[in-house]
Design a protein around this ligand. Structure first.
Ligand SMILES: NC(=O)C1=CN([C@@H]2O[C@H](COP(=O)(O)OP(=O)(O)OC[C@H]3O[C@@H](n4cnc5c(N)ncnc54)[C@H](O)[C@@H]3O)[C@@H](O)[C@H]2O)C=CC1
Ligand SMILES: O=C([O-])CC(=O)C(=O)O
Length: 353
């Protein structure tokens, strides 16, 4: 799998006020040389029979850093696992369904990826999913707190701006919260930004790295085009249009699917990339960077924020600052904050009820 080729990778530790370091894009050949020795790595996918869960599980079945793939879903997961288990890659596939089997999926897992929950239909916002998905995430993270309290948890289920705070409260209540081990998956925003910018400027995709910060809904998604690598220039109108396209890309897919769900294949690709980066960090690979929505002090007053983070043996080893924003980005940051904070608080309030 060549996901690593386009992984966000920065050469040095960044910090607030500095421009984020340029990507040191690893080629497949050099990656093969530097690939860490694989220890036993069990990855659990919760919601594995869904639109994201199935292709994500396939990509993880192809990943040399994974030794066991535990698939959990409330429906249809045994068939998905039987199907996947016939692929002749060494990853052992196991299947679990229903509350009684959740423990088996989670026991011994080092990474838990959660795409469980309902997707949007046209006309809905991600926040409209809150009423259903908040409870699903709460239940699954409660089980993870009990059965794999040290695992890294990566949440895909929307609204990410609220489900990650819910998860943090659940983990706190269970006495096992480690902010380095809880991440909201915003990789798809970066994947999209890289694709759209490369298309607009005729750049080779493997060289393009656009940090995307903030959150994962509408105006809370803020691509830092001024920090793109390689450096790109946009007129004011182009910058505004590109920012809006990246912010509305999820809706673009929801509308194109016309009621049949939201992004699944690109999301599976993005989550597989995030999982691979996480496993590389766990394995001690240096200089692994991704953008993710994490417990953060990057922006005063917002307890969670997406920005570039370094991944290491403990999970998030460093949350990087935002670097220098231009006036457009500063205004966009100011505009998003009330909405982002409200969505975070909504999650916290729900979990504390
Ligand atoms: N973070 C991101 O960038 C993105 C997030 N999403 C979100 O991912 C979520 C999943 O999307 P899809 O896979 O398209 O939906 P889907 O409906 O195709 O699949 C969801 C799966 O979750 C399962 N599920 C429901 N409740 C469960 C529970 N309590 N335990 C275990 N499994 C459970 C369902 O049985 C189903 O198989 C949605 O909330 C969607 O909004 C989607 C795209 C991008
Ligand atoms: O738009 C949605 O509902 C799914 C999602 O988060 C995305 O595609 O970015």
């Amino acid at each position: 799998m060549q996901l690593q080729q386009q992984r966000l990778s920065a050469g040095s530790s960044g910090c607030a006020g500095r421009r984020l370091a340029a990507p040191a894009v690893r080629r497949a050949s050099s990656r093969a040389r530097t690939m860490p020795v694989v220890e036993a790595r069990k990855v659990a996918v919760l919601g594995a029979a869904g639109g994201i869960g199935q292709p994500l599980s396939l990509l993880l079945k192809m990943n040399k850093l994974v030794t066991e793939l535990a698939l959990y879903d409330i429906a249809n997961v045994k068939g998905v696992a039987a199907d996947l288990s016939h692929c002749n890659t060494p990853v052992k596939v196991t299947a679990y369904t229903g509350d009684a089997e959740l423990e088996g999926a989670l026991k011994g897992a080092e990474l838990v990826v959660i795409p469980a929950g309902v997707p949007r239909k046209p006309g809905m916002t991600r926040d409209d999913l809150f009423n259903i998905n908040a409870g699903i995430v709460k239940g699954l993270v409660s089980a993870a707190a009990k059965h794999c309290p040290n695992a890294i948890i990566e949440i895909i289920s929307n609204p990410v701006n609220s489900t990650v705070p819910i998860a943090s409260e659940v983990l706190k209540a269970a006495g096992v919260y480690n902010p380095k081990r809880l991440l909201g998956v915003t990789t798809l925003d970066v994947v999209r930004a890289n694709t759209f910018v490369s298309e607009a400027r005729g750049l080779d995709l493997k060289d393009v790295d656009v940090p995307v910060v903030g959150g994962h809904a509408g105006i809370t998604i803020l691509p830092l085009l001024s920090q793109a690598t390689p450096s790109v220039t946009f007129s004011d109108a182009e910058r505004e249009a590109m920012t809006k396209r990246i912010q509305e890309a999820g809706t673009e897919v929801v509308e194109a699917k016309a009621g049949a769900g939201s992004a699944t294949l690109s999301m599976a690709y993005a989550a597989a990339r995030m999982a691979e980066s996480t496993l590389l960090g766990l394995a001690g690979e240096p200089s692994v960077f991704e953008c993710a929505f994490v417990d953060s002090q990057a922006v005063p007053g917002s307890p969670f924020f997406a920005s570039k983070v370094q991944l290491g043996p403990e999970g998030v080893s460093q949350v990087l600052g935002l670097g220098t924003l231009n006036d457009f980005e500063k205004a966009a940051l100011d505009a998003m904050l009330p909405e982002l904070k409200a969505q975070i608080q909504k999650g916290i309030d729900f979990a504390r009820k």
